[in-house]
Structures are given as structure tokens and as C-alpha cells.
Design a protein around this ligand. Structure first.
Ligand code: NAX
Length: 329
């Protein structure tokens, strides 16, 4: 029998966690022949209700779910993990600024970074979903000196999927026609959903959607503010779409990319496109065999795009400054 892939999910009792773990257990992440083993981390007060979720998982009788364990101990959760998906954290509350959220959630990632370093499997890869995901990823990574830099990811895939959906809607085509969508930068309002390198039906998006003001006045802010629009409509933040984006991220990073399409994820900048090295910054990426990935080189960045890329890098530098006391050596 194929050995199970072990996936640790933090914040498993939250709304994204609830949408995520059933899909992983059903084979929605690694396919219909790959067993999975789940480790679910929650804070102690959330364990009783997580027990109910475990009962539901059991009641699904998923043939691919080799085993599942819930715990409030990070080292137990991350023991031998092949993938760690960091979802657990406080959501932004009414009246909380982004700076407040950074200070509230940052400390979680010092301990979890250390626990990943001490307990995870030799090939572990880590996807940070909890916000501010780029900076939380940076904090966790800084406490895990034994885990190579190319194993750390921050999720901007929900932004990519939102961007693709909005291009498809405007062009009146199925979303499968939209390719080469990049989210540059931070998972925040400064992100740049790059429409100049995106394609619709294989042609540049700007030759299919010919009104340039739509891109700057509706598309860019529309993608960045989609999360707020969902909260307004649903009364709760995006959950199923965020879980879906986490699965898309892990899948894209685990399977070789096809054709000339790419995907976006926050990774440790190597200085590509003039972005300061060391920041967790979202780039266009492709994967190859064995879980290797690289940043797509040579895309055209005009003056307008340059300004947007730099503004997001600047914001990330300010976030890094705001948590510098939480960063490891
Ligand atoms: P919920 O509040 O529903 O769930 C969060 C869960 O994390 C709770 O069950 C809580 O008990 C748990 N938790 C808190 N501290 C923990 C710790 N130290 N260890 C383990 N678990 C802990 O929030 P949910 O809607 O599931 O969102 C989770 C995170 O995803 C939030 O930070 C949210 O801002 C972020 N998001 C990120 C997105 C992205 O695209 N990167 C989009 C969706 C979402 O907004």
C-alpha cells in the first residue's frame, strides 16, 4: 500500500479548517489513490468542538483517510508532517487595524515555526494562510533554521482565483480560458493583480478587454477588496473559497506545471524583479518534478506595474519592521 502523506492543519476547528479537512480526507488534494494522514492543531478551548468534527470525519468513512489526530500541542501536530497548512489565528475584528492584527497573530508563528523545525518530516513544506500570511510566514520561517527557504509559502491563490474569475466574467468566457494570472506582492490591498501579462483564450487580456480604465478602476480594486465584499454579503469571511485556494496552492506546488501557464504564491524573494531578497513576496511560479519550483523570469514590467510592485514590497518591509522583535536570529 502507498504510504500516507501526512498533512498538519492548524486552526482546524475554524471555518476554513472545516471546509478544508473533508476535501483533503476525500482525496481532493492528492488524488484518488493516495492515502492521507491528518494532524489537526487547535487551541485547548476549541478541542471539544473539534471532537465533533472528528466524529463527522469518521462518519464519512473516507477510504483514503489512514488516520487522524487532534491536539493542542504543536510538536505533536507537526511530527513527521510532509505538509503543514497554517490556518489558525485570530481573524480581524471590528475596529482592528492591520497593524493590530499583525501584533496579535505574530506570536503564534514564533512557537509554530520552532515546532515545525523540531518535529516536521525531512521534506516538509509549509503553506501559511492565516493573515497577515506573508509576514506570519516570515516569522515562522525565521524560527526554523533547519527547514530550507524554498519550503515556505504564503497563500495568494485565492486572489489569483478571484482575479481569473473577474477577467472571465468581464470577457464573457469560461474561467478555464483565463491563464497566466499573477498576483504580485502582499496578500493585502497593495497586491497587484497583473492584467498586462494575463491571457484570455491565449491572447493578451488587454486585447480582449479593451477598456483600460476597467482594469485600473474596477479590476485591481475589485480583486483586492473581494474579501470585504464577501464578508458584507455572507456575514462571514471567505471560507470554502479560501480552503479551495489552499488545495490549489498545494496541488500546484506538488505537481509539474503544464503548458505555459503559471500560478502565484508568496515565496522567499531571491531578488527577482528587483524585489528585496528575503521578503515573502508573491511571484508568478512554475513547478517541475520532485516538488521543485522557480519564479517565471522575463515578464514585462512597465512603469505603472513597477510602481505597484515596489509599493507592495515597501508595505512588506514595513510589516517586517513591525514584527522585528518576533523574528528569529
Ligand atoms: P476562524 O476564526 O473561523 O478559525 C481560526 C481558528 O484558528 C479558530 O478555530 C481558532 O481557535 C484557531 N486558532 C487560533 N489560534 C490558534 C493557535 N495558536 N493554534 C492553532 N489554532 C489556533 O477563522 P477562518 O475564517 O478559518 O480564517 C483563518 C485565517 O485565514 C484568518 O487569519 C484569516 O484572516 C485567514 N484568511 C486568509 C486568506 C488568504 O487568502 N490568505 C483568505 C481567507 C482568510 O481571511
Amino acid at each position: 500500500m502507498t504510504a500516507p502523506i501526512r498533512i498538519a492543519v492548524t486552526g482546524a476547528g475554524g471555518q476554513i479548517g472545516y471546509a478544508l479537512i473533508f476535501r483533503i480526507a476525500s482525496g481532493g488534494l492528492f488524488g484518488p489513490s493516495q492515502p492521507v494522514s491528518l494532524r489537526l492543531l487547535e487551541i485547548t478551548p476549541a478541542l471539544p468542538s473539534l471532537k465533533g468534527t472528528l466524529m463527522e470525519l469518521e462518519d464519512c468513512a473516507f477510504p483514503l483517510l489512514a488516520d487522524v489526530q487532534a491536539t493542542d500541542q504543536a510538536t505533536t501536530a507537526f511530527e513527521g508532517a510532509d505538509w503543514v497548512i497554517l490556518v489558525g489565528g485570530l481573524p480581524r475584528k471590528e475596529g482592528m487595524t492591520r497593524a493590530d492584527l499583525i501584533r496579535a497573530n505574530g506570536p503564534i508563528f514564533t512557537g509554530q515555526g520552532k515546532a515545525i523545525n523540531d518535529a516536521a518530516g525531512p521534506n516538509v513544506r509549509v503553506l501559511t494562510v492565516a493573515n497577515p500570511c506573508n509576514t506570519n510566514c516570515l516569522i515562522a520561517k525565521s524560527h526554523a533554521p533547519n527547514i530550507p527557504a524554498d519550503r515556505w509559502f504564503a497563500m495568494t491563490r485565492l486572489d489569483q482565483n478571484r482575479a481569473a474569475a473577474q477577467l472571465a466574467e468581464k470577457a464573457g468566457v469560461p474561467v478555464s480560458e483565463v491563464t497566466n494570472v499573477t498576483i504580485w506582492g502582499n496578500h493585502s490591498d497593495t497586491q497587484y493583480p497583473d492584467y498586462k501579462n494575463a491571457k484570455i483564450g491565449g491572447a493578451p487580456a488587454t486585447t480582449v478587454i479593451t477598456d483600460p480604465t476597467w482594469f485600473t478602476e474596477q479590476y485591481i480594486p475589485g480583486v483586492a477588496k473581494r474579501g470585504s465584499a464577501v464578508i458584507k454579503a455572507r456575514g462571514a469571511s471567505s471560507a470554502a473559497s479560501a480552503a479551495n485556494a489552499a488545495l490549489d496552492s498545494v496541488r500546484s506546488l506538488s505537481t509539474p506545471s503544464k503548458g505555459d501557464d503559471w500560478f502565484s504564491t508568496g515565496v522567499v524573494s531571491d531578488g527577482s524583479y528587483g524585489i528585496p531578497a528575503g521578503l515573502i513576496y508573491s511571484f508568478p511560479m512554475i513547478s517541475s518534478d520532485g516538488g521543485r519550483w522557480s519564479i517565471v523570469p522575463g515578464l514585462t514590467i512597465d512603469d505603472e506595474a513597477r510602481g505597484r510592485l515596489d509599493a507592495s514590497a515597501k508595505e512588506l518591509q514595513a510589516e517586517r519592521e513591525a514584527v522585528k522583535d518576533l523574528l528569529g536570529p
